[in-house]
Ligand binder design. Structure first.
Ligand code: ADP
Ligand code: MG
Length: 212
């Protein structure tokens, strides 16, 4: 399965969730590779930082920030269970190529009842990719969720009618995600990271449990 994390907005958690999902599935014995399709190379930097800190390699990270992703990835995916693509913000041709390669587009969003979760342009890119690849599915992933119940209620209402649908799990706003990343770690390698890691595992389960 090829999963692309996409959103034209930066800072929504594409890289963080791509790394953590890769780590979760690798720990479960899946053959995982993460493709860093962002010219900024943050996932590659994370991997290098890990090596600098003498931490074990949990999964491979390869850089492929090219518009030919959709032509290269099927072969790479042949002997892998899961390929995660960490897509770049803004660069539309790269994002289009990532979507054309993917079975599932995960769109991390910071849920707010006050503005659209994703730009119209972003949703149009997904719809366009679907014309070429009708099997492409898309889901919002609620990331950086706060605990404020009033907002949560509004968000729940938005959730119920969102298109594409949102996965029925949430990842909280937890500073440990940033702390871990700065040391080339995932939250399960960080003291105090158990709650955050449980959210990651629940997200991985929700993706695996998606109806076919
Ligand atoms: N659930 C979260 N809680 C707290 N901080 C987060 C969370 N998800 C991401 N971050 C932080 O937000 C920043 C942007 O996340 P990142 O994954 O790099 O986003 P993107 O790849 O979409 O630009 C990073 O500093 C990251 O550590
Ligand atoms: Mg990123």
């Amino acid at each position: 399965m090829i999963i692309a994390l996409v959103n034209q907005k930066g800072g929504v958690g594409k890289t963080t969730l791509a790394l953590h999902l890769a780590g979760a599935w690798a720990k479960r014995g899946r053959r995982v590779v993460l493709v860093d399709a962002d010219p900024q190379g943050s996932a590659l930097d994370w991997s290098a930082l890990r090596a600098d800190h003498g931490l074990e390699r949990r999964f491979g990270v390869i850089g492929l920030a090219r518009e030919t992703l959709h032509r290269e990835l099927p072969e790479l995916a042949q002997d892998r269970d899961i390929v995660l693509i960490d897509a770049p913000p803004r660069v539309a041709p790269l994002m289009r190529s990532a979507l054309l390669a993917a079975d599932l587009a995960l769109i991390p969003v910071q849920p707010s009842p006050f503005d659209g979760w994703a730009s119209d342009e972003m949703l149009r890119l997904v719809a366009d990719a679907r014309d070429f690849r009708p099997s492409l599915r898309a889901r919002f992933v609620l990331n950086r969720c706060g605990a404020r119940t009033v907002i949560a209620r509004d968000v729940a209402a938005a959730l119920a009618r969102s298109q594409p649908p949102a996965l029925p799990v949430q990842v909280g706003q937890r500073v440990i995600f940033a702390d871990a990343a700065r040391q080339g770690r995932l939250v399960d390698e960080q003291a105090g990271g158990a709650k955050a890691w449980r959210e990651v595992l629940a997200l991985a389960d929700a993706i695996e449990g998606m109806a076919p």
